[in-house]
Design a protein. Structure first.
Lengths: 232, 266
């Protein structure tokens, strides 16, 4: 089809779109903040604590699982660890001390972590899938939405091969994670308040907070956990 | 007999939803003029999947793509053989012979290491492109790899060699030109087995075809492995119907059967 014909075919749509332009201009004022770019955690903690700086409220089963994970780590054979070069998964990767690149678009937010090149795909303005409709995974299934200036992300579907932090805070496959991300005043820091709901292991939902510093100009490096094999 | 550790690839079954790229249009639908608009918006390149500050003048290639067909052998686009240097031809033939004999040689991806460039261009898995004002990012399903193309930038003076290399890009009219250097020498050109040296320089030229597919022509210039530069071609199809599955290569040994012979799902 030649160019003129294409133009003619599109003419009604173009006219209609033009009539919508004032609406678009108005909508621009309501755009969410731009959290895209490179970030890195302000201070690295191996053991995640709640907002009061305490261990989370374990159930008896949760405490046992935690103690077991701690013991495995002392013996240097943790079941869930990067020693096997599997992804640390969600949410643990959010505490990693390496840079992350956030890509922001209208319908999807992507987190690229330098740490073991882990990718989180956050689909915006969609319902969470039913838990029995998905396969459990390291990164989980995440959907997000903007509530004013705050990006709210809900995640489910994490299999048991991950822990919440480096020390080994445990979770079951019923874990639900809700994150609230927002730029702090000045725009040079990003805050993520993460809430965990997992009744079998924690007697009440609990939250932690992690802050990232803007790292403009920092390029993600290549992280190859298994590169040592090349020397074998 | 030598044997290569066969690391099975676990592609976790997930879910696939149709992307709701037309949701807004559907909301407004009801006139024939909007029906035409829907048709146009369905063209490859999704405004909802690229950063809002990318100028409209930049061709939109953001969204999900997947290579058309799968050919594990990357050859010059005229179908001739790659212009190997003698050592590379020997390595290539040795690999083919070992595979024919049933004892394939080591392949870095079998140890879950990155495919590298240009091999990833031909990989038969979805790839999502995200354009931002200063970057063009490729997100790969396979091995959860990624490449960041730094737009209108220069390579640093010194580079630590990497599997995926360092990439800078620019638009030349309707063509995205990506220049990559800084590679390790351990990856393969392709699954078939051509090797390259650390001097490899890859230039990709990517543009939308009339039918909406994406053409990726890539030139391999590596005086350490080939007698001359050569150019290959792949076509990527627009796949808005595809969502990423989780692909974790290293996961393979975690589905060992328990005492009842049931696969454990950790």
């Amino acid at each position: 089809m030649n160019y003129f014909a294409r133009l003619c075919r599109r003419a009604p749509a173009l006219l209609f779109a033009t009539s919508l332009l004032p609406l678009l201009t108005f909508a621009a004022d309501d755009l969410p903040p731009d959290i895209g770019g490179t970030w890195q955690v302000s201070s690295y903690v191996k053991g995640v604590r709640d907002l009061q700086g305490q261990l989370p409220p374990f159930t008896t089963a949760g405490r046992q699982a935690y103690d077991s994970n701690l013991a495995e780590r002392r013996e240097m054979k943790p079941r869930s660890d990067m020693t096997r070069c599997v992804p640390s998964g969600t949410p643990r990767v959010m505490f990693a001390p390496l840079p992350m690149l956030i890509l922001q678009t209208a319908r999807k937010i992507t987190f690229i972590q330098e740490y073991h090149h882990q990718l989180r795909h956050i689909y915006l303005d969609e319902p969470l899938p039913a838990i029995d409709a998905i396969e459990l995974s390291f990164m989980g299934e995440s959907v997000g939405r903007w509530e004013g200036d705050t990006l709210v992300i809900d995640t489910i579907g994490l299999h048991r091969d991950t822990v919440l932090d480096r020390e080994g805070l445990p979770h079951t496959t019923d874990l639900r994670i809700s994150e609230r991300l927002r730029l702090l005043p000045g725009g040079k820091q990003l805050e993520d308040v993460i809430t965990f709901t997992d009744p079998a292991y924690y007697s009440a939902p609990w939250s932690t907070r992690v802050v990232y510093d803007a790292k403009p100009g920092v390029e993600l490096k290549e992280y190859n956990c298994l590169a040592v094999y090349e020397d074998l | 007999m030598p044997s290569t550790p066969v690391l099975s690839v676990i592609v976790a079954a997930g879910f696939r939803w149709r992307l709701t790229s037309l949701a807004l249009s559907s909301f407004l639908l009801g006139t024939s003029s909007m029906a035409l608009a829907v048709q146009d918006e369905a063209q490859p390149g999704d405004p909802g999947l690229r950063h809002r500050d990318v100028p409209a003048s930049v061709p939109n290639i953001s969204g999900m793509w997947q290579v058309r067909g799968y050919d594990r052998y990357i050859k010059p686009e005229d179908g001739s053989l790659p212009p190997w240097l003698p050592w590379n031809k020997e390595a290539f033939d040795a690999r083919a012979a070992a595979e024919a004999a049933g004892s394939p040689l080591y392949d870095p991806t079998a140890a879950c290491l990155p495919s590298g460039v240009p091999r990833i261009i031909a990989a038969p898995y979805p790839v999502e492109i995200v354009q931002t004002p200063d970057k063009t990012v490729f997100l790969y399903e396979t091995q959860h790899l990624f490449r960041v193309i730094h737009m209108n930038a220069e390579h640093p003076a010194t580079l630590e060699p990497s599997y995926m290399g360092h990439a800078v890009g620019r638009w030349e009219g309707d063509t995205l030109v990506i220049d990559s250097v800084g590679f390790v020498d351990s990856t393969q050109i392709d699954e078939q087995g051509s090797k390259h040296s650390a001097r490899m320089h890859v230039v990709e030229r990517i543009r939308k075809l009339e039918n909406g597919s994406l053409e990726v022509r890539f030139t391999i210039d590596d005086p350490g492995a080939f007698s001359q530069a050569w150019t290959a071609r792949r076509v990527w199809e627009w796949r808005p119907d595809v969502r990423f599955f989780e692909y974790v290569c290293e996961e393979n040994n975690r589905n060992a059967p328990d005492e009842n012979g049931v696969l454990r799902n950790f």
